[in-house]
Design a protein around this ligand. Structure first.
Ligand SMILES: [Zn+2]
Ligand SMILES: [Zn+2]
Length: 362
């Protein structure tokens, strides 16, 4: 029996429910997974405006969705570590097929050297807005049952986890014992808010800044977890260092060039700025590049871009979600503000975002 799925037809510029072929185990290391929840983010909205996205070879559509949570219904004899009933989060990026790729060859397709990798729900691989799917066990990360109602946030959190690994690696350069210090999160969407939580549990003092005023649900949530919220309307990002003092880490999660470069003016001595957003190409936006370059040099700053995440970041995200649930149960659950039917995916991705995180519940 076919399964229902959210189909994206780029050549026809069409979005609709499709009857997708029944997924079946075809190798001993695979597991059959019933999808439970799939998060919706800006990437899905861009895909559904046909800015990018590519079906697998031989198909005129692909299934949307890359922020998945599912339950194993059948595990093949070599699906290591998985049993029927286990909750799992599927990884997004798959290895490229180039045998010479030193990253994919070691399971680190998030550092793929070829740009020919598939990504579930984005390019060349079906996504997770489907009733059931089949995946090799090595791309399924087990989740404790107590995280059932928040684990749809694992994928957006992996971005911050990979960023934290990068920051650790960069800051090994410092000749003195490092304290967590002050982190500035630019953007108060779900990616920014879960990153703020990750920095807080590591002992950072966290400031979240975004354009909106301080009375939005996102700003209130930032305050509820113990971060300070600064509205860009009152204090623009370039003025934050004057207001706050030394900023050790900037985590850009707004996808806005203007906000990112303005914030970079505020980065302090020996600081690291992590960029995670992918802005659309557009006419040049004025930025204070001379000042930023002076600061990068004179203050030993590092600028790091990060995309996708390896299995280590998924495992770290699952551990951290457990810590967040212990510390901020209401705020963490409050990040998911809407659960919608698969039938309504089109209206959801085409409509204006409302609330914090929308999720398709299957
Ligand atoms: Zn996403
Ligand atoms: Zn590769």
């Amino acid at each position: 029996m076919p399964v229902r799925a959210a189909g994206v037809f780029p050549s026809k510029r069409e979005l609709r429910l499709v009857d997708h072929p029944e997924p079946r185990l075809s190798a001993p290391d695979q597991a059959l997974v019933r999808m439970l929840e799939v998060g919706v983010c800006g990437t899905d909205r861009e895909i559904c405006s046909f800015a990018f996205g590519e079906p697998p070879a031989g198909s005129d559509y692909f299934v949307l969705g890359h922020e998945g949570l599912g339950e194993v219904v059948e595990a093949g004899p070599e699906a290591k570590g998985l049993r029927r009933g286990d909750l799992v989060v599927p990884m997004v990026r798959l290895p490229c097929s180039d045998a010479a790729c030193a990253s994919c060859g070691t399971g680190r397709q998030d550092f793929c050297l070829t740009d020919s990798f598939p990504e579930h729900g984005i390019r060349r691989a079906h996504g997770f807005m489907v009733e059931r799917t089949v995946e090799p066990a090595r791309f399924l990360v087990p989740v404790p049952a107590r995280l059932r109602d928040v684990a749809v946030l694992v994928e957006p959190l992996t971005i911050a986890e990979k960023a934290l690994f990068q920051v650790e690696a960069v800051q090994k350069r410092l000749p003195y014992p490092r304290k967590p210090g002050r982190a500035l999160v630019v953007g108060a969407g779900p990616v920014g808010l879960v990153a703020a939580m990750a920095f807080l549990v590591r002992g950072y003092e966290v400031v979240v800044t975004a354009r909106s005023p301080g009375d939005t649900p996102n700003a209130r949530l930032a305050a509820a977890i113990g971060a300070s919220y600064v509205s860009g309307r009152e204090t623009p990002p370039e003025a934050l260092a004057r207001k706050l003092g030394q900023i050790d880490l900037i985590y850009e999660a707004a996808g806005s060039v203007q906000a990112a470069f303005a914030a970079m003016e505020s980065l302090g001595t020996n600081g690291v700025c992590v960029l995670t957003g992918v802005p659309a190409l557009q006419p040049r936006i004025p930025a204070n590049v001379e000042l930023i370059m002076r600061n990068v040099v004179l203050r030993n700053q590092a600028l790091v871009g990060t995309v996708n995440a390896g299995r280590d970041a998924f495992e770290a995200a699952i551990r951290d979600l457990g810590a967040f649930l212990d510390r901020w149960p209401a705020a963490l659950r409050g990040l998911v503000t809407g659960r919608h039917r698969l039938e309504d995916f089109r209206e959801l991705v085409l409509g204006r975002p409302s609330g914090i995180k929308d999720v398709i519940a299957l």
